[in-house]
Design a protein around this ligand. Structure first.
Ligand code: KG4
Ligand code: ZN
Length: 340
């Protein structure tokens, strides 16, 4: 008989729960997104996030069970994101999962959120090992060399901001709503992804690390130079100038695409045996970037994979997926499970 896992993800601003069957795979994947609660602040407010998790965790877990058509008692293992994330947010998911596992005398498995993202493209695809994985979200941007389920190492990472953060911060700078990524992609498409401003690309870059905070500053100072931003009052002076917003959005997206592409090229030069590229995390919703990577990989005769959008942004199915192979390897946690 197949074994059922109920996974909970509450590391940032999404309250998520999923039911996963060892044979059937994802049976439900439910989520409450707090985006509207944080939008007016231009980013996630930790205190608001934890309060919302408390309100939503019970109904979302129930929703995941109902959608899967299973009862709480049918669950054999409870899985939960244990790290990394906002402490107050993580604590709610971990406490909830521990309470369930303790009260029902069932297994518990703590999962690393980043491992969830790394293997999220494997939920729907059989990706050949070894592969290189680019994770890009609002909180993290890194390259991994992946040799098996649960076997992976970081080969490059951002030294400052995450890529999603660059989209979000530049969006805020030019009067666009949070999250910035989707709206920047939409505006850039309207001007055919043309590069108007040629933002800096770290020409002599030789490592597999990323840096995005300089890019945000470059955008800012370019606007200041053009008298479109008042530094003293921190005010964008061209509100409603859609043409300018399109030009900034498009130039930013092309620049980030170049930075990613060059770093991916270097990663494959260092690891020529890697068979595929996986692109995961919230930024992997971006079709322009996916199309570019698809072409690059085709030229290199490598395979290219990415998850459906519902598995790109934070979700509990990816946590359940990791817990499933951990359960098969007998890698259980116990009730001393803590957050990091
Ligand atoms: O994975 P995620 O939901 O949460 C984190 O773990 O951070 O990623 C959210 C990030 C945000 O920064 C958002 O701007 C970005 O993903 N994002 C995108 C797109 N959709 C979401 N970035 C670029 N293009 C998109 N279409
Ligand atoms: Zn994430």
């Amino acid at each position: 008989m197949q074994k059922l896992i109920l996974a909970i993800e509450s590391s940032c601003d999404e309250t998520a729960a999923a039911v996963y069957g060892s044979d059937a795979g994802v049976l439900s994947n439910e989520l409450f997104s707090q985006i509207d609660l944080h939008a007016k602040y231009g980013g996630v407010v930790p205190e608001i996030a934890s309060r919302s998790h408390i309100e939503k965790i019970n109904p979302i877990v129930q929703q995941a069970l109902d959608k899967a058509g299973v009862a709480l008692e049918d669950i054999e293992t409870f899985a939960v994101t244990q790290r990394p994330g906002l402490p107050g947010s993580l604590l709610i998911g971990v406490s909830f999962a521990k309470a369930l596992a303790g009260a029902l005398n069932k297994n518990i498995i703590g999962v690393n959120h980043l491992e969830g993202h790394v293997f999220s493209a494997c939920i729907e695809n059989d990706i050949p090992f070894p592969f290189i994985c680019l994770t890009a979200s609002g909180g993290h941007t890194a390259l991994y060399y992946v040799t098996g389920f649960g076997d992976y190492q970081v080969i490059g990472q951002t030294t400052d901001d995450a890529a999603g953060e660059a989209f979000d911060k530049v969006a805020k700078l030019i009067g666009l709503p949070y999250p910035g990524g989707p709206v920047i992609e939409k505006l850039a498409a309207q001007v055919d992804f043309e590069d108007f401003f040629n933002y800096p690309r770290l020409k002599n870059h030789t490592t597999l690390d990323f840096s995005f905070s300089g890019l945000k500053t470059a955008v800012l100072y370019d606007l200041v130079k053009k008298d479109l931003y008042n530094l003293k009052d921190k005010k964008f002076l061209a509100h409603g100038d859609v043409h300018l917003q399109q030009q900034v959005a498009s130039s930013l997206l092309v620049c980030i695409g170049d930075i990613f592409e060059r770093t991916i090229e270097r990663a494959f030069k260092q690891h020529p045996e890697a068979k595929a590229l996986a692109f995961v995390g919230g930024v992997a919703c971006n079709s322009y970037l996916k199309n570019r990577f698809k072409d690059t990989m085709a030229k290199r005769k490598k395979e290219f994979y990415f998850p459906s959008p519902r598995y790109c942004t934070d979700n509990a199915a990816m946590i359940a997926f990791v817990a499933n192979y951990k359960a098969q390897k007998n890698e259980y946690s116990d009730l001393s499970l803590d957050i990091y």
